[in-house]
Design a protein around this ligand. Structure first.
Ligand code: FE2
Ligand code: FE2
Length: 273
């Protein structure tokens, strides 16, 4: 397979009557993803800005081309999440408040941190998104439990995250090349990202005022920490990135996105370009 990165325009028709808890009716798992969705619009903008800052320093023409595609993909992701966030807001979840809080945090990083450190944050978060994308695509049974429109968006986003997972990394390697900084920032970013995600999730749960049942807690425990659980599968991948000399392509995720159009024709059918 060639490593080309394709910018796809998608047409997701968001169903206003979608289920309130789009992950199998479970409020704990659903709000975790709503919290993440809240952080995405400005997160994606941050990724774009940090890579764009170094664009003119990149000599490799192939990487230049990849940067262009990376920017295109991330811009579309941000827009798609904005639309979903508005739909969730209409369901009573203050996801746009989450988005504003995430933006305030990222604005602080923009103001206070040097460009190389900002790019290292992007590198870390791109590893997080590619890892979560792998988990989603590895478990079609989980995808089946999602609201149909969300499911399609997650598949599209996951495919593209894996496609472009090394772009920010390669820019960092060409323009900054500081393993100590990369690994230190990775550690801080993981703590901050998951810490914030949990606090945003709690905020959404409080606003919803619905207590999860014991069964729902058990489902959520299994989803995150059980065998094949999101965190249980992701943590070993996070740890790999702390190895000196690590490269995102060391983790082979290509089989998961190869011929994805045949495996998910309903998602591929939404592409408009
Ligand atoms: Fe993205
Ligand atoms: Fe990305």
């Amino acid at each position: 397979m060639d490593n080309s990165i394709t910018v796809r325009r998608m047409n997701f028709a968001i169903d206003k009557d979608m289920e309130k808890y789009w992950f199998g009716g479970n409020p704990l798992i659903s709000t975790f993803f709503y919290a993440l969705s809240g952080t995405f619009p400005d997160g994606e903008r941050f990724f774009i800005d940090t890579v764009r800052h170094y664009r003119n320093n990149v000599k490799d023409p192939k990487l230049q081309q990849e940067i262009r595609a990376f920017i295109g993909q991330e811009a579309h992701h941000g827009k798609a999440h904005e639309d979903f966030n508005n739909a969730l807001e209409a369901k009573g979840f203050p996801v746009n408040t989450v988005a504003a809080k995430a933006k305030a945090l990222l604005d602080l990083a923009r103001k206070r941190l040097k460009p190389q450190r900002q790019l290292a944050i992007t590198v870390a978060l791109e590893h997080v998104t590619a890892t979560m994308a792998e988990h989603a695509l590895r478990h079609p049974d989980l995808l089946e439990q999602m609201d149909p429109t969300f499911r399609k968006m997650i598949i599209w986003h996951a495919v593209e995250e894996i496609e472009h997972k090394a772009v920010a990394f390669d820019v960092f390697r060409e323009c900054v090349d500081n393993e100590f900084l990369r690994r230190r920032v990775m550690f801080m970013t993981l703590l901050l990202f998951f810490g914030r995600a949990i606090s945003f999730q709690r905020m959404l749960m409080r606003a919803d005022n619905r207590r999860a049942s014991l069964k729902e807690w058990w489902q959520a425990m299994k989803f995150f920490w059980g065998k094949d659980g999101l965190m249980r599968e992701s943590i070993p991948h996070f740890l790999k990135a702390f190895k000196r000399g690590f490269h995102p392509e060391d983790i082979d995720q290509k089989p998961l996105i190869e011929n994805w159009q045949q495996r998910y024709p309903d998602v591929a059918g939404l592409q408009t370009n």
